[in-house]
Write a protein that binds this ligand. Structure first.
Ligand SMILES: Nc1ncnc2c1ncn2[C@@H]1O[C@H](COP(=O)(O)OP(=O)(O)O)[C@@H](O)[C@H]1O
Ligand SMILES: [Mg+2]
Length: 208
């Protein structure tokens, strides 16, 4: 399966989601992680991962713009699983990611700004579906504080848009911030059982 983590908004957790998904998939089969963001955060994570000697590691490559689809398609054939970490804003790269993907994951936070940005990303997703009708799109609520009413309001908004929302959610947790700089995942750092539980629930649901 080819997954892509997409959103036109930055800072929503695309890279965090992509690297966790890639490591969880790498435990099951050969996994390719395509860093489609010119900022190359996933590639930095992968380089730190080599230094920390963590295992298993997805094979990580950086591809930009149209190459995400053209080269990504060919490369993905050599792997059991592929995850694309798409850059925010870069619409060619984003469109290319959506052409390649079978399942798009849209991480969103719970705020007015996230809701506004979703309208942009959904119009790009709708366009991509004309060329890639099999594309399955799922929204993941990330960096949320479940105690606030923001999350309930965002859920209402998402349901109103007729979007498929994953019931797994990822809360704002220090562990997620720390592990990226160590090239790891919350599973490997073993500091926060709730973070591990959230990622496991996300993985179960998104790979179904
Ligand atoms: N669930 C989370 N809890 C706390 N911090 C998070 C979480 N997800 C992401 N972050 C932090 O937020 C920032 C943006 O996350 P990132 O995954 O890089 O988003 P994007 O790729 O969408 O720009 C990073 O500093 C990251 O460590
Ligand atoms: Mg990123």
């Amino acid at each position: 399966m080819i997954f892509a983590c997409v959103n036109t908004k930055g800072g929503v957790g695309k890279t965090t989601t992509a690297v966790h998904l890639a490591v969880m998939l790498a435990k099951q089969g050969r996994t390719l992680l395509i860093d489609g963001d010119p900022q190359a955060s996933a590639a930095s994570w992968a380089a730190w991962r080599v230094e920390t000697n963590l295992d298993p590691s997805p094979v990580t490559v950086c591809l930009h713009e149209k190459a995400i689809f053209s080269e990504g398609k060919e490369l993905a054939e050599g792997f059991d699983h592929t995850v694309v970490d798409a850059g925010g804003r870069d619409t060619t790269g984003l469109r290319s990611s959506l052409l390649l993907a079978e399942r798009a994951i849209i991480p969103v936070g719970a705020s007015q700004l996230d809701a506004a940005a979703l309208t942009d990303v959904m119009s790009i997703v709708d366009l991509a579906k004309d060329y890639n009708p099999r594309l399955d799109v799922r929204v993941l609520l990330t960096r949320v504080d479940p105690r606030t009413k923001d999350m309930a309001e965002m859920l209402d908004f998402l349901k109103g848009q007729g979007l498929k929302i994953l019931s797994a959610i990822v809360c704002e947790r220090v562990a997620f911030r720390r592990v990226i700089g160590e090239g790891g995942t919350v599973h490997e750092m073993k500091k926060d059982p709730s973070a591990i539980q959230e990622m496991d629930a996300f993985f179960q649901e998104v790979t179904q």
